[in-house]
Design a protein around this ligand. Structure first.
Ligand SMILES: Nc1ncnc2c1ncn2[C@@H]1O[C@H](COP(=O)(O)OP(=O)(O)OP(=O)(O)O)[C@@H](O)[C@H]1O
Ligand SMILES: [Mg+2]
Length: 82
């Protein structure tokens, strides 16, 4: 049984808010994972790997790129189905 199911998560952070000069950092690139109910996992990676960004998205403090509604539906439906 999954507690968390993430599929193809992506997030770009805007690093310049100048008009017509928006630049982005691809903080999370196509990340998928599942965590079973009751399991304990660590999210490891070097500085800037995207750990905090992923954690903030899973905590609903930040929106993922793309279809955020679909992201939440997939995550929630998977959790509910299993
Ligand atoms: N709010 C933000 N605005 C712009 N860029 C950001 C923002 N938050 C993170 N970034 C950039 O996104 C990338 C991933 O950052 P993140 O903080 O998710 O990594 P991390 O794995 O938690 O790093 P650390 O180990 O240093 O805590 C980095 O290049 C970072 O500079
Ligand atoms: Mg961090």
């Amino acid at each position: 049984m999954n507690a968390i199911a993430v599929e193809h998560l992506r997030k770009k952070h805007c690093v310049s808010e100048e008009f017509r000069k928006a630049r982005y950092i691809e903080a999370v690139k196509d990340v998928s994972f599942q965590i079973g109910k009751g399991a304990i996992h660590a999210l490891l990676g070097p500085n800037g790997a995207g750990k905090t960004t992923i954690t903030r998205i899973l905590s609903a403090l930040l929106l993922p790129d793309g279809d955020a509604q679909r992201f939440w539906d997939t995550m929630l439906l998977k959790m509910l189905k299993e």
